[in-house]
Design a protein around this ligand. Structure first.
Ligand code: RUB
Length: 370
């Protein structure tokens, strides 16, 4: 399946991120889409951390997978035969990756998963291969997990529905399929007629740039709307359901996702619109009792002040839209209290309220361990 790309009439299918045997990590450069399709190559863990921080790769799942790749990269060049020294050095090297983006729990979860596989093997010669194999396994598993989310979520979409999505939780936010867009993509493959309203998602415009690009590549009917327009369309009765992803979900079901998700959830409840959160089990952080414990990333004011894109002559331009004397606040995630969520869509099925109990049951019942 993969990310479908059509350039100058040629069609290809590619993953959002992958690692080659020489440990070079490759990724679609998401800063350049939809106007330029380029692959960014990262030879080492420091460059991979840079790619996460600069949003060359973004989206909780994709960040988590490249963080696992970064462990394999970091392990590969450590030159000691003493296992304890090896583990210490590996841990230190990963600090730069841990510091790249704080909100998506998959980054930390996958680093720990690869580290614990390496620790179990107990010797340096094997450790480098174990890190590589485990990271590749995480990438492979994520494709299947997202496909299952697509299958479970597609049941919630009827022929003729108009749905709304925020940010980008599609294939570009994972290795393939994504979370919130997976049910939409699956329903489309099942032959259902769907219209998708795409929130532009200021300030980084993940919706207008990335989700719109993915839907266009898939041939799914979609309309970009300004972030403030969602309430208008809900009140008119045009929208049946909202599908969003998540960067971290607390034990009680509170959801951290792209800034603006909280306002959408309130609008959805007020207008009797379903509010679905699609996420793999690794996104549930049982160490966070509620949303107040989730760290929220603040990014540069420049993301608010400037926009970039192509001008009428096709030249790449970054332009300032705000007065030079203004200041800005730029928290890039918010927390939606669990009472606004209709259902969670996971790879193990749909999770209904009461969320605290049902999340515990699902995670304890599955293979997922914290
Ligand atoms: C991305 C975002 C996405 C979630 C879900 O934010 O908020 O909705 O990460 O993604 P950013 P996934 O663009 O700032 O990383 O589908 O990968 O779980």
């Amino acid at each position: 399946m993969h990310v479908r790309v059509k350039i100058d009439g040629n069609e290809m299918e590619i993953r959002t991120v992958w690692m080659e045997e020489n440990r070079v990590v490759k990724m679609i450069d998401q800063r350049k889409l939809p106007h330029r399709f380029e692959i960014f190559e990262s030879p080492d863990h420091k460059t991979t951390a840079f790619a996460i921080k600069e949003m060359i790769v973004r989206g909780a799942g994709a960040i988590g997978v490249v963080a696992a790749f970064a462990v394999a990269q970091a392990a590969n060049t450590i030159r000691t035969s003493n296992f304890e020294e090896f583990m210490k050095e590996l841990n230190n090297r990963l600090d730069v990756v841990r510091a790249s983006r704080p909100t998506a729990v998959s980054l930390f979860y996958n680093i720990n998963r690869v580290l614990s596989a390496v620790r179990k093997c107990g010797n340096v010669d094997e450790a480098k291969d174990v890190a590589y194999d485990e990271a590749q396994r995480i990438a492979e598993e994520s494709v299947e997990i997202c496909r299952k989310i697509g299958e479970f979520g597609a049941e919630l979409i009827n022929d003729g529905d108009t749905v709304l999505t925020h940010c980008n939780a599609g294939a570009l936010a994972f290795v393939d399929w994504g979370t919130a867009l997976a049910p939409i993509r699956m329903a489309h493959y099942q032959g259902k007629e769907i219209k998708v309203l795409v929130d532009e998602t200021r300030p980084w415009l993940q919706g207008a740039r990335l989700t719109a690009w993915e839907l266009e590549m898939e041939g799914i009917e979609h309309y970009i709307i300004s972030d403030g327009a969602a309430g208008y369309f809900m009140r008119k009765g045009f929208i049946r359901s909202v599908f969003v992803g998540a960067d971290r979900i607390a034990a009680n079901g509170d959801v951290a996702n792209k800034i603006g998700t909280y306002s959408l959830a309130i609008l959805a409840k007020t207008n009797n619109v379903n509010f679905y959160v699609a996420a793999p089990l690794e996104t549930f952080d049982l160490n966070c009792p509620n949303g107040d414990n989730i760290p929220i990333e603040e990014r540069s004011e420049d993301e608010i002040f400037y926009v970039w894109g192509l001008d009428d002559e096709g030249a790449w331009r970054r332009v300032r839209i705000a007065p030079f004397g203004s200041r800005a606040h730029n928290p890039v995630f918010d927390v939606t209290p669990h009472e606004y969520v209709t259902l969670f869509i996971t790879e193990k099925g749909l999770v209904k309220p009461p969320f605290k109990e049902n999340i515990q049951l699902l995670i304890r019942g599955g293979s997922h361990k914290k």
